[in-house]
Design a binder for this molecule. Structure first.
Ligand code: CP
Length: 321
């Protein structure tokens, strides 16, 4: 029996989340990112793929990694980049989000990369505008390129996601990174264990097929990968645990606690990291940590996303799509 054929064209115009992508589409992005990463080894780290296209980074929330790597990814594909500064823009004079986005579109921009505190905002723009919209994080909903770069890094380290135990530790409730990781990992056959206090890891995540653990020792037992998340105090409206000190004592990953996981466990963190809270200094900088590789892989994944979305618009959509 022959296995079903992988799609040869990425049929989506936008990347709004990983929930509605198929496993084959996720693999297509990861494979494409592996090709993009090869460009980093060249003397001239640039290809003409998106020459003549333009990308606007429209970030209504702070960012170091995502905004910078989208800028670099666009430049490595030879696209023109605009980093829209919300604070000094006419948003400060009361211009609406939609009018702001329409103004950018009127300048013949091809892609808008958007981060906003309100879940669903990129979806709203995708419905109303002709530009391709890429979600760079919408509230606690999704952060698809982070989910993809985390998955890419795990596959790079382990060869395959199938059968891996991935423990995600921390503030799951407020984390768009956790949600995008859960969608990608479960579609690709990994076992996902969510770890943290019951106020930050509610039971309803079991409906997404995840295991729930309130003990760090049980949650990371036998884990192939531990992905740590910071406590998102900016999204918490009430106290969900007694203090940062107590959180660290119960859930902070230290060198001593690493022994509960597999000997060659991979330690990941999407950043920004809070050293001495969810991760100790020696683990963050230790041999298991791939935190900086995640950042590098983020550029390759974002190049792949821009490339595939541009192909989707320029290539004919297959009959069966
Ligand atoms: N991981 C992540 O989204 O980091 P930034 O907030 O720095 O973009």
């Amino acid at each position: 029996m022959t296995s079903p054929k992988r799609p040869s064209v990425f049929k989506h115009k936008h990347l709004l989340g990983l929930e509605h992508l198929t496993a084959d589409e996720i693999i297509m992005i990861l494979d494409s990112a592996a090709g993009m990463k090869e460009i980093f080894t060249r003397t001239v780290k640039k290809v003409p793929t998106l020459r003549g296209k333009s990308v606007c980074n429209l970030f209504f929330e702070h960012s170091t990694r995502t905004r910078t790597s989208f800028e670099l990814a666009s430049k490595r594909l030879s696209a023109d980049v605009i980093n829209f500064n919300v604070a000094t823009s006419s948003v400060a004079k009361g211009e609406s989000l939609l009018d702001t986005a329409r103004t950018i579109q009127a300048m013949h921009v091809d892609f808008v990369v958007m981060r906003h505190s309100c879940p669903g905002t990129p979806h709203l723009l995708a419905e109303r505008l002709k530009m391709s919209v890429i979600n760079a994080g919408d509230g606690a909903h999704e952060h698809p390129t982070q989910g993809l770069l985390d998955t890419f890094t795990m596959r790079d380290k382990r060869g395959s996601l199938a059968g891996l135990k991935v423990a995600i530790v921390g503030d799951i409730l407020h984390s768009r990174v956790a949600r995008s990781n859960i969608w990608a990992l479960s579609k690709l056959g990994a076992r996902v264990a969510l770890v943290g206090p019951s106020t930050l890891v509610p039971r309803h995540f079991e409906r997404l097929g995840c295991e729930i653990h309130h003990s760090l020792k049980d949650g990371i037992a036998g884990a192939d990968v531990i992905n740590l998340l910071r406590i998102q105090l900016e999204r918490q409206r009430k106290n969900l645990f007694p203090s940062i000190r107590e959180y660290r004592l119960l859930y902070g990953l230290t060198k001593e606690r690493l022994k509960y996981a597999k000997r060659d466990v991979v330690v990941m963190h999407p950043g920004p990291i809070n050293r001495g809270v969810e991760i100790s200094q020696d683990v963050a900088d230790g041999p298991h940590s791939v935190i900086e590789e995640q950042v590098t892989n983020g550029i390759a994944v974002r190049m792949a996303v821009l490339y595939l979305l541009s192909g989707a618009r320029d290539a004919p959509v297959p009959e069966d799509a």
